[in-house]
Design a protein around this ligand. Structure first.
Ligand SMILES: [Zn+2]
Length: 599
């Protein structure tokens, strides 16, 4: 299962919690292309390095950071070679009319100038069902609808969905705090009082935070030797698409086996593609041609035979959902039903499907009148994605310190999860004595998470070091002198280290290859117990990880899917003096060494 699925995930996350890549809970798709788990760009050739200069002179001005518009002005496209033509013509949307349509509202110039523009949004339209706004919207990218009016639910249904309370207060393991300031949104997720995840995003940024976005893209050049192609999506860096993420019609290729990438793609060809991975550092975004549009209860996979219902749901529930879908699923499109659909009414699911169908139709129509490269669909900003994917009654609350964001999130939750809308609350900076993040000790915990040294409860420590290719974690016993034998002390220390390490990887959002040097253990069963503890602790991390067996030198190698750029990179810049190497060369001595040699 695969990268495709990732298109349905938020930026900040989220596989289904399994550390075993072969066993992914959330869907049961049969058509996904499988790929070894060592992908994720980490073990792939770094094609991003050799990217040729983008071809110029094809008319459209290339967008720049800071542009007030997302994409070049689209003119009627004269672009002939068109890999996505067929896709464009298919969506007749038999179930696509109806609910939700009229409620759509456009966001004028959404947030790109940071600040004021949000005020322009026409909030009043929610109940109105007025014009569709496409005319007004021109060639603005399609956005997910987050402000549908709530579905009417009877009191019993609502009651069954409410979270648990104790003495009138909501209870739950998790809390989420959203802090907005200076064009930056930060999300802190707590388990109890402990910070377990942190995300930072610049919603105005259509350059770095593009996971899930759909583009009309232009192939720049195809690299048969890499089984990849560079594709212009209008961002400063070209995106990359690998052969396994292409879609093509088998009929077009007579030879046996899968066609080679150069048979499917040609330079200057226009394709429709979705970002499955944000650009990180020097690497461009990664694309797939299999688009998937995530809703709250289902994921729509346009022009696909995909059909799946989360296997984590009981059989009776799967049956009920299948019945509902038989009526609303359009023939030419695929659907994945998420675990969140459990006990959700037929009306709500139908509406989710229709909403996504409308979205897809709009994307196709926009594609027809756009010229590559251009942004066709933009994922909602991080707070919405997080709530869409994660928010449930295990959250005792979501606290937001920005009035506008609070209103919009509340409206969204009212529409998709009305029983929990009371758990969304506003932290008013005017009346509260402490800023939101200070009250929850976020900064304090973040500082610790940025340190290279992490103390363990018994006095040992972890040292976390980053290199270009991998992250290295050194485990020390330090002040931990234990009580019984050396082996026992080391073993206990390593167990603590394994637990803490899993927490740190998640909080620091460290991805790629990670090598852990545990303190040497003599007893084989102890070594195994440490590896098991690490695996178990990592299972709570929803980002996919894989732990390999302990090596001859006592090293544990593991991978963690790379999602964001990492906490450290979000908050730090490389030292200008040493370029991040951490040492300063003694120029005087170096200059003198030549003379010294002559003596
Ligand atoms: Zn330095």
């Amino acid at each position: 299962m695969s990268e495709n699925e990732e298109g349905t995930r938020t930026n900040g996350s989220r596989d289904t919690g399994s550390t075993d890549p072969g066993e992914r809970g959330d869907d049961s798709r049969s058509v996904a292309t499988s790929r070894p788990d060592t992908d994720g760009g980490e073990t792939r050739p770094k094609v991003g390095d050799s990217r040729p200069a983008p071809a110029g002179g094809d008319g459209g001005r290339r967008p720049q950071i800071g542009d007030s518009r997302p994409a070049p002005d689209a003119r009627p496209s004269g672009d002939g070679a068109n890999g996505n033509k067929e896709r464009n013509q298919s969506g007749d949307g038999d179930a696509g009319s109806g609910a939700g349509r009229g409620r759509r509202r456009r966001r004028g110039g959404r947030g790109r100038g940071q600040g004021g523009e949000r005020q322009n949004q026409q909030r009043g339209e929610q109940q109105g069902g007025g014009g569709r706004g496409r005319q007004r919207g021109g060639n603005r990218p399609v956005e997910a609808v987050t402000d549908d009016a709530p579905v009417e639910l009877d009191e019993e249904t609502l009651r069954s969905r409410r979270g648990r309370e104790r003495r009138g207060k909501p209870i739950g393991r998790y809390t989420m705090c959203v802090s907005v300031s200076g064009g930056i949104t930060q999300i802190a997720v707590f388990e109890g009082r402990q910070l377990i995840e942190h995300y930072l995003s610049r919603p105005a940024d259509d350059v770095t935070e593009i996971h899930g976005n759909v583009y009309l893209a232009k192939v720049q050049n195809v690299l048969p030797g890499m089984e990849a192609a560079f594709v212009d999506i209008g961002t400063p860096k070209n995106a990359v698409i690998y052969r396994g993420d292409l879609q093509y019609d088998d009929k077009d290729f007579e030879s046996k086996g899968r066609p080679r990438i150069e048979q499917v793609l040609r330079a200057r060809q226009t394709i429709l593609a979705q970002v499955t991975k944000n650009p990180i550092a020097h690497k461009g975004a990664r694309l797939t041609q299999e688009v998937s549009l995530p809703g709250r209860f289902v994921v729509l996979v346009p022009n696909s035979t995909t059909y799946g219902i989360s296997k984590r749901l009981p059989e009776s529930e799967r049956k009920r959902l299948r019945n509902i879908l038989d009526r609303v699923k359009p023939n030419q499109h695929g659907i994945i039903v998420r675990t969140a659909a459990e006990n959700i009414t037929k009306e709500e699911i139908e509406r989710d499907v229709r909403r996504l169908l409308n979205q897809w139709e709009e994307i196709e129509k926009l594609a027809e009148r756009s010229q590559a490269p251009s942004l066709l669909y933009r994922e909602p900003e991080m707070a919405f994605r997080f709530i869409r994917e994660e928010f449930n009654k295990d959250f005792r609350g979501v606290i937001i310190d920005d009035p506008d964001m609070f209103e919009r999130v509340r409206t969204y939750v009212e529409s998709v999860n009305p029983a929990l809308v009371d758990r969304i609350s506003y932290h008013d900076p005017e009346t509260e004595s402490l800023p939101l993040f200070e009250r929850h000790h976020v900064h304090e915990q973040l500082r610790k998470a940025l340190d290279r040294k992490v103390w363990l409860p018994s006095g040992g420590s972890l040292i976390i070091e980053h290199t270009e290719a991998l992250t290295v974690v050194d485990v020390n016993t330090g002040k931990n002198v234990g009580r019984s034998s050396l082996e026992e002390t080391v073993f206990r220390n390593n167990l603590e280290a394994a637990e803490e390490l899993a927490r740190q990887l998640r909080l620091r959002d460290i991805g790629g290859i990670i090598v852990i040097d545990f303190v040497d253990m003599e007893v084989r069963s102890n070594r195994e117990a440490v590896a098991t503890t690490l695996r178990d602790a990592l299972a709570r991390d929803k980002t996919r990880t894989q732990v390999f067996d302990i090596s001859d030198l006592g090293l544990v190698e593991m991978t963690r899917k790379r999602i964001g750029e990492g906490l450290l990179e979000s908050f730090a810049n490389a030292c200008a003096d040493c370029g991040g190497r951490g040492v300063h060369l003694d120029d005087e001595l170096l200059a003198g060494s030549g003379r010294a040699g002559r003596r």
